[in-house]
Design a protein around this ligand. Structure first.
Ligand code: FEO
Ligand code: CA
Ligand code: CA
Length: 645
């Protein structure tokens, strides 16, 4: 993500009495029952070897592990250099690079002559979420599917030649329009030809969704609210694009969800102290001023359109099987810095979406649909996300968790507190959650449910602004530079329940340095630990994989690790992929057969003072005439077995 040091939650520094703090720390120790503090003795019961799922038995056990776990590959080594690394026995293809064609008429990539028209027909910048929806084979029986890729943001200095010297005045209207076209998402059909995925330019499904020029509607409780109205849309029902699409989801009915994350960064101008939206905007950090679009466009300037920021911070649903469909901003899911929107079906058929609000001291949410998923009637599912209940999590000291409903008229969410309707509750989701007493977390990012166990995992990236006087059991470290992963266990596997239990799976960072208070299974090798978990995925075998954004703080590149969640190796990490310098790793997405892993390599070549002319790497082309290009890669096992063994 595009990071800064800001946080906006006024509850961040609620102080705690010292005795409470001590009690919390003791309770935390009790809670870490599944993990072991590094260096402590571990009693390991004898295990029979876990055989690889398919094929090769000569893939070595993970380095550093004396017992067999669920992952079977040779770990790669920690480090940082200009290219990527995969384990022995694996291949990597660069599948889609920034600027690659998506349609038969797409112009060739020419970074020295970028136009918005060309970019609108090409793969966008800074790929993040990756979704995969298998399609039924055509007459040729070639396996095929739709890849859905978010383009979170643009890195102006890396993207455009010659803009660094006079930035930001160098950001002309046309360059800003190129940036808008490089945001959003790409939907592209891929086909498996000779065991390798290829882009199908002739597919009728291929589509770009952008920050401008993509008509959308608002649906759900905030649609039509006067608080969404701007000059070009007095009805508050019509949008023209989506931005800062970080992670997302693919629903059980085959639609694509794009989460709008750091929308505040796109607004310039001045807040008027007397304007009724000013406290709301301040709670979200608006205007962030990261981008120059507001110099050219009123809807990104709060001086001219003070309600415009209320039109972002939503989850957008796109019916990718209907390329002519109009995307919908699903306001029932709340408005915050949405990281992702992965779903799971509860035992009674309701759909549950877990969502993080990625900022220091923000909250974990879930949405439970009112209606039930109907696997036999796709069209009946298409508006499930307009009706249901949004909840925010309160992590109790005793390991219990309460899901608190954000429902207008209940508890403090009343007109007396400025909530005249459910529209106000969802527009000001953060303030509503503040009043309910939700637990401020250490940057909640991806949250995903394991498909079989009734458990969900929350990636908490880091929070160096948490101080000793406001740690709690679920966020137990002051100056949390490396983040942690929280496990949520729903009762009887019912993700729709309004209570759960929680535990800490790992506390990231180097377990060899006691001052970090890292918590890993001691079987974790020197390569197997990491910092700043961001995105996660479960593979076909139900194993957890974690990608990082910020592992550079540990002195090594970002990457992807397998993490054991069960048994005596619970809390053990294994290094699988390393990104080139400057890049974070996003996406992770496995094909349903587990044989292909797609990863998004975002902002390769970035770094302090990195520019188009002087990036930190020119991955993946290594052509002196080309800038680094954010890309989606496909990883295969050479023997065509399942990724990870
Ligand atoms: Fe866009 Fe939270 O990372
Ligand atoms: Ca992220
Ligand atoms: Ca994910």
């Amino acid at each position: 993500m595009h990071d800064d040091d800001a946080f906006t939650n006024p509850r961040a520094h609620d102080s705690e009495a010292l005795d409470q703090l001590i009690a919390r720390r003791l309770s935390r120790r009790r809670l870490l029952k599944g993990s072991v503090v590094a260096g402590a003795a571990l009693s390991v019961p004898a295990l029979s070897a876990c055989s690889p799922q398919s094929g090769s038995s000569d893939v070595p056990a993970p380095a550093g592990s004396s017992i067999s776990g669920r992952f079977q590959f040779q770990e790669i080594e920690r480090g940082s250099d200009q290219t990527h690394h995969v384990p022995a026995g694996y291949d990597l293809d660069v599948l889609l690079r920034w600027g690659d064609p998506l349609f038969p008429d797409s112009p060739a990539f020419d970074p020295h002559n970028q136009t918005a028209v060309a970019q609108s027909r090409q793969f966008g910048y800074n790929c993040d979420f990756v979704g995969f929806l298998p399609l039924a084979p055509a007459a040729d029986q070639v396996p095929r599917g739709l890849l859905c890729v978010n383009h979170e943001y643009t890195s102006s200095l890396l993207m455009f030649p010659g803009v660094a010297a006079d930035y930001p005045s160098s950001m002309t209207a046309e360059r800003c329009a190129v940036e808008m076209a490089a945001h959003g998402g790409s939907i592209v059909e891929i086909r498996l030809v000779e065991d390798r995925w290829q882009v199908a330019l002739d597919s009728p499904y291929n589509r770009r969704v952008m920050a401008d020029g993509t008509p959308m509607t608002f649906s759900g409780p905030a649609a039509g609210s006067s608080r969404l109205a701007i000059g070009s849309d007095p009805s508050g029902t019509q949008a023209t694009g989506t931005l800062n699409n970080c992670a997302g989801g693919v629903t059980p009915w085959g639609t694509y969800l794009l989460a709008e994350e750091n929308f505040h960064g796109y607004f310039q101008g001045e807040l008027n102290d007397d304007h009724p939206e000013t406290p709301n905007h301040q709670r979200y950090g608006v205007p962030g001023g990261w981008f120059q679009w507001g110099r050219h466009r009123d809807e990104f300037n709060v001086s001219r359109e003070p309600s415009a920021p209320n039109r972002f911070g939503w989850v957008v649903e796109v019916d990718i099987l209907d390329p002519q469909s109009t995307p919908k901003k699903r306001t029932a899911l709340g408005r915050f810095k949405h990281e992702g929107a992965e779903s799971v079906i509860a035992p009674d058929g309701r759909v549950v979406l877990y969502m993080g609000d990625d900022e220091r001291f923000e909250y974990v949410y879930k949405f439970v649909t009112e209606g039930r998923y109907d696997p036999d009637n796709r069209s009946a599912n298409l508006d499930l996300l307009d009706h249901g209940t949004l909840y925010v999590a309160r992590f109790e000291e005793d390991g219990s968790l309460d899901w608190l409903p954000l429902v207008h008229g209940e508890g403090p969410l009343t007109r007396a507190n400025g909530f005249a309707s459910q529209a106000d509750v969802v527009i000001e989701t953060r303030r509503a959650a503040d009043l309910l007493g939700a637990t401020p977390m250490d940057r909640p990012e991806d949250v995903e449910a394991q498909p079989d166990t009734g458990r969900a995992y929350v990636m908490l990236t880091n929070n160096t602004l948490r101080e000793a006087d406001n740690v709690d059991a679920a966020n137990p470290r002051a100056n949390n530079a490396f983040g942690h992963i929280v496990e949520i266990t729903s009762p009887d596997g019912d993700h729709a329940a309004n209570t759960a239990r929680w535990d800490i799976l790992i506390q990231c960072g180097d377990p060899a340095d006691p001052s970090f208070e890292a918590v890993w299974n001691p079987e974790t090798s020197p390569n197997g630990w990491f910092g700043s978990p961001d995105n996660c995925a479960f593979d076909a075998a139900g194993r957890l994989w974690v990608a990082t954004d910020g592992n550079q703080a540990t002195g090594a590149a970002d990457g992807l690790w397998g993490v054991e969640t069960d048994g005596p190796l619970r809390g053990t990490g294994y290094a699988f992929f390393r990104a080139p310098v400057g890049a974070e790793v996003c996406g992770p997405r496995f094909t349903p057969d587990g044989k292909t892993l797609f990863l998004a390599v975002q902002h390769p070549g970035d770094g302090r003072q990195a520019t188009f002319e002087a990036p930190t790497t020119r991955w993946p082309d290594f052509d002196p005439a080309q800038p680094p290009r954010p890309s989606v890669v496909a990883i295969y096992r050479q023997d065509l077995g399942a990724i990870g063994g």
